[in-house]
Write a protein that binds this ligand. Structure first.
Ligand code: SF4
Ligand code: SF4
Length: 282
C-alpha cells in the first residue's frame, strides 16, 4: 500500500497538449510493459488524456505535444514553461510546427472561410510554430509519432539528469543495417531515407515504400545531394519541393531545401506574436 500523497517522493511528470492529433501522447500509453515500472518511478501529475485527476505544479518533467496556433496557446506554453523544471517537446508538431504548419506558406484566413460556415468564431494565429519559437526547450524528440523506446530513454535520462542518447543518423543507415535493398538505387522510388532521422527502424523502405520523412532531418542531412539525385531520376523540382513539405515542412533543413526547389517561402506575418516555422527552431 502506498503512503499518503504528502510522503510521495517520486518525480512528477506532466503531459501537455497543444495543436496536435494526440498520437505522440498515446506513445506514452503504448509503453505497455514499461508503463507500470514508469508509474512506480514517476508520479504522473498531469495527463488529461489518461487521467481525471490533476496535481498542480511545479513539475519535474513536462512533455509537450503540439504546435502553437492560437493566442491562448502562446500564453499557456509560458505557464507550462514556468511550472516545469525540464521541458521536452515530443513530435513533429511540437518540434517543427507539424502538418498544420503548411498554413505558414499561405494566407490561412482563406482556408477558414472555405472550411467553416462562421470563420469569425475561429481565433487562431496565422502561423503554426514549434514550441521552441516561444519558450526555452530542454530537449526535442522527433517523429510523427515519436518512438516509444526513444521516449523511455528521454524520460529515464531526464529523471537522472543526463542528456538522452538518441541517434541522429539517417533512416538510410537503418536500411543497410537490416539488409533492405535501397529503393532509390533499385526501384527508382523517391525516398527521403538518406536525409531523415532514424527512429522507426526504416519501417517504410522495408515494405517497399519510400520514406516521407516523419522523423525530420537527420543530424547531417545533405538535402541538396538527395534533390540532385531525385532530379536525375526524372523528378521535377516542384515535386521534390512537395516531398519535403509534409509533417516536418518547418524543420530548417527541409524548409530550406523545399524553397531551394522553388517552393513558396513562409508568408511574412505581423502582430501575431509568433514567428514563421523554423526560424528559431533548433
Ligand atoms: S507529431 Fe504526428 S503523431 Fe504527434 S501529435 Fe503531431 S500529428 Fe500527431
Ligand atoms: S516515413 Fe520514413 S521515418 Fe516515417 S516511418 Fe516511414 S521510413 Fe520511418
Amino acid at each position: 500500500m502506498t503512503g499518503p500523497v504528502e510522503s510521495d517522493h517520486r518525480a512528477t511528470l506532466a503531459v501537455w497538449k497543444f495543436a496536435s492529433c494526440d498520437g505522440c501522447q498515446l506513445s506514452l500509453l503504448d509503453c505497455e510493459d514499461e508503463l507500470l515500472t514508469l508509474a512506480g518511478a514517476v508520479r504522473i501529475a498531469h495527463f488529461t488524456e489518461m487521467s481525471r485527476a490533476t496535481v498542480s505544479g511545479p513539475y519535474d518533467v513536462s512533455l509537450v505535444e503540439g504546435s502553437i496556433t492560437t493566442p491562448a496557446d502562446v500564453r499557456r506554453i509560458k505557464e507550462v514553461r514556468n511550472s516545469s523544471h525540464r521541458l521536452v517537446t515530443i513530435g513533429a508538431c511540437a518540434t517543427a510546427g507539424g502538418i498544420q504548419g503548411l498554413r505558414n506558406f499561405a494566407a490561412s484566413g482563406e482556408y477558414a472561410g472555405t472550411v467553416y460556415a462562421h470563420p469569425e468564431y475561429i481565433d487562431s494565429l496565422e502561423t503554426s510554430t514549434p514550441i521552441s519559437a516561444h519558450v526555452e526547450v530542454d530537449f526535442e524528440l522527433h517523429g510523427c509519432p515519436i518512438d516509444r523506446h526513444q521516449l523511455l530513454e528521454v524520460l529515464t535520462a531526464s529523471l537522472v539528469g543526463r542528456r538522452p542518447v538518441i541517434a541522429g543518423h539517417s533512416v538510410c543507415q537503418e536500411c543497410k543495417g537490416r539488409g533492405t535493398v535501397c529503393l532509390l538505387v533499385s526501384g527508382n522510388t523517391a525516398c527521403l531515407g538518406p536525409v531523415t532521422r532514424t527512429g522507426c527502424g526504416a519501417l517504410c523502405p522495408a515494405v517497399g515504400r519510400g520514406c516521407f520523412g516523419c522523423f525530420g532531418p537527420a543530424d547531417t542531412a545533405n538535402t541538396s545531394s538527395l534533390a540532385a539525385r531525385l532530379h536525375d531520376d526524372g523528378m521535377a523540382p516542384v515535386d521534390v519541393s512537395r516531398l519535403f513539405r509534409t509533417f516536418n515542412a518547418g524543420a530548417p533543413a527541409f524548409l530550406e531545401e523545399s524553397v531551394a526547389q522553388g517552393g513558396s517561402v513562409p508568408v511574412p506575418r505581423g502582430g501575431t506574436g509568433a514567428t514563421a516555422a523554423g526560424q528559431e527552431h533548433r
